[in-house]
Unconditional design. Structure first.
Length: 573
């Protein structure tokens, strides 16, 4: 059993043993005690500062899935509190990705910026209670006096400003009378707290930057920890589900809501998705885009949802992957082979089988009638008989894969070689009689004979051969460009060693562009996004961006088998 199947079986067994995860159990208990009057209301709160990736897909499936499971509601709310990093392009891409995954949100799209005025008024309330103050220290001074995980911080010399002075300064901050970084509004909690998040965290900072929705109306913007819980409260969220890095932020989440004496949602943390051979830091993914290491956020090698969509992944495969991974309390690393298995499993059921030759060599059947063209029946998908069959042309001149011929074959090579016989898929048994070479000794043509009594499905011969290869008819074949995508990184933990640049682990073979590929003629009508299994080669889709009529471009979605499992096995031996 290879590593991939071990990983898959382990995850499947865990899911069978625990049909309900710990979040389900919390919600079940809340419903039992009528904690939220029988309501389940979740939200997905992305920051519009990049494209969503596979880790976000897990969170989307969890939040929207819980709402569906419990007949509740789920909001889509953009955490748009940092105008210097946010763009409308990201908002549009996130909306498209969520819809593509098959989810719809309740009501209209919401934004943290919808609540800027309310958050400002909440801040006034805390100032009046003596629970917030304006600090004139610089960012460096605040950082230096914050302390360490083992040592408490130092109180700001401005911590005991009067309520009246704080209110005046905060109003002037809002009016734009100070420069960026000149003042901040901080919560007054406990600078000696063992939890650093409780050491007078910043609530508002000055940013003279235009916001993608509010324009120049505001020059003070709320910090995430300040906006997050209050936005949940305003929306009536019952279960605020976030990843484990926010566990230490929960006391602050609760403190703000309790001090404001407003409706109190429940924050619950779960383990984020960590995937082998993958980087999921938005900052680092943005670096790959800006440095043109990849062609963009939707490059099929990127772990973004838009990249997966362009590569040929299906929403069903990603949802199935999220189900298999499940919901855990502690961080772990999921092998990317499980994701690749999920797309293979899905495409195996839905993708039409076709024949394509990526590295062609001409094969001539010397005893086949010159002008004859046969129409042979080929099954579209043996997994789904309802998909029917198609007719493909067969003639004297064909193309086969160059790798399917070996002039001096090894003992275990059962494909075509001089004097050896193989079956052409859906067609006849042929025998190689002669190899034609150019002046430099390169093979340019194979001359073979065919046995007319061995036509697949109708032949009268009982002859058996060990090998079957695919082919296309030379005159009817269409040309296409095929992009062979592979994993972007060749290290299982490319971001693990902080002393090493993660880009040093980039896989130089992550993309191979193959031109002048030969495909069966029916593919001339393929549309952008159509998915196929190229028999014996893998799963491919028509590129949704670069493919045009008369200039087909296919992306390899995934190989038929996990070739990386072999590499891992060799590395361990």
């Amino acid at each position: 059993m290879n590593f991939m199947s071990e990983n898959i079986n382990e995850v499947n067994n865990e899911n069978k043993q625990a049909s309900k995860n710990f979040i389900d159990e919390i919600i079940d208990e809340d419903l039992k005690t009528n904690k939220y009057n029988g309501r389940v209301h979740t939200r997905f709160p992305p920051e519009p500062n990049g494209y969503l990736h596979i880790g976000h897909a897990k969170s989307i499936c969890l939040n929207f899935g819980l709402a569906q499971k419990y007949n509740g509601s789920c909001n889509l709310r953009f955490d748009d509190t940092n105008p210097t990093k946010e763009e409308q392009e990201y908002v549009d891409s996130i909306i498209e990705d969520i819809k593509w995954l098959g989810f719809e949100w309740d009501n209209e799209v919401l934004y943290a910026s919808d609540y800027f005025q309310q958050l400002y008024e909440y801040a006034i309330r805390l100032i009046k209670k003596g629970k917030a103050y304006v600090d004139s220290q610089s960012a460096e001074e605040i950082k230096d006096t914050r302390g360490t995980p083992t040592e408490g911080g130092k109180e700001s010399p401005f911590r005991n400003r009067s309520v009246e002075e704080n209110l005046k300064l905060f109003e002037k901050m809002k009016a734009g009378e100070f420069k960026d970084g000149e003042l901040v509004l901080r919560a007054k909690i406990d600078m000696s707290s063992p939890n650093m998040n409780m050491r007078d965290p910043i609530m508002f900072r000055i940013r003279h930057a235009s916001h993608h929705r509010t324009g120049d109306k505001w020059c003070i913007y709320p910090m995430y920890d300040w906006a997050h819980g209050q936005s949940d409260s305003i929306e009536g969220i019952t279960h605020s589900i976030c990843t484990l890095e926010f566990e230490n932020h929960r006391p602050l989440y609760n403190w703000f809501i309790d001090e404001l004496e407003i409706y109190h949602p429940q924050q619950i943390e779960f383990a984020r998705l960590n995937l082998s051979y993958t980087v999921l830091s938005k900052r680092k993914l943005l670096q790959l885009v800006e440095e043109k290491t990849v062609s963009g956020w939707d490059d099929p090698r990127m772990p973004t949802i838009s990249g997966f969509r362009r590569r040929g992944y299906t929403p069903e495969s990603i949802r199935n992957f999220a189900d298999r991974v499940g919901v855990a309390r502690r961080d772990n690393v999921i092998d990317v082979s499980l994701l690749e298995f999920s797309i293979r499993e899905d495409l195996n059921k839905r993708a039409k089988r076709v024949m394509a030759v990526l590295n062609p060599i001409k094969l001539v059947l010397t005893n086949y009638p010159d002008a004859q063209i046969e129409e042979l029946e080929a099954v579209n998908n043996p997994e789904d008989p309802s998909m029917g069959s198609r007719m493909i042309p067969f003639s004297k001149e064909l193309f086969i894969e160059r790798d399917d011929f070996m002039e001096n074959p090894s003992k275990k090579f059962f494909r075509l070689s001089p004097g050896n016989e193989v079956r052409l898929r859906y067609a006849y048994i042929i025998k190689c009689e002669e190899v034609i070479k150019d002046d430099d000794g390169n093979m340019i043509e194979l001359r073979c004979t065919y046995d007319p009594e061995t036509r697949s499905g109708t032949g009268t011969s009982s002859k058996k051969v060990k090998g079957t290869i695919h082919w296309v008819s030379a005159k009817q074949a269409i040309n296409a460009e095929v992009r062979l995508y592979d994993r972007l990184f060749n290290h299982s933990d490319p971001d693990g060693d902080k002393e090493v640049d993660f880009k040093s682990h980039l896989n130089p073979a992550s993309l191979e562009v193959v031109t002048n590929c030969k495909l069966e003629p029916g593919l001339v009508n393929a549309s952008a996004g159509d998915k196929f299994q190229f028999e014996r080669l893998g799963y491919f889709c028509v590129d949704i961006k670069d493919s045009k009529e008369g200039n087909l471009v296919f992306n390899r979605t995934v190989t038929l088998k996990d070739s990386w499992a072999k590499i891992q096995k060799l590395d361990k031996s």
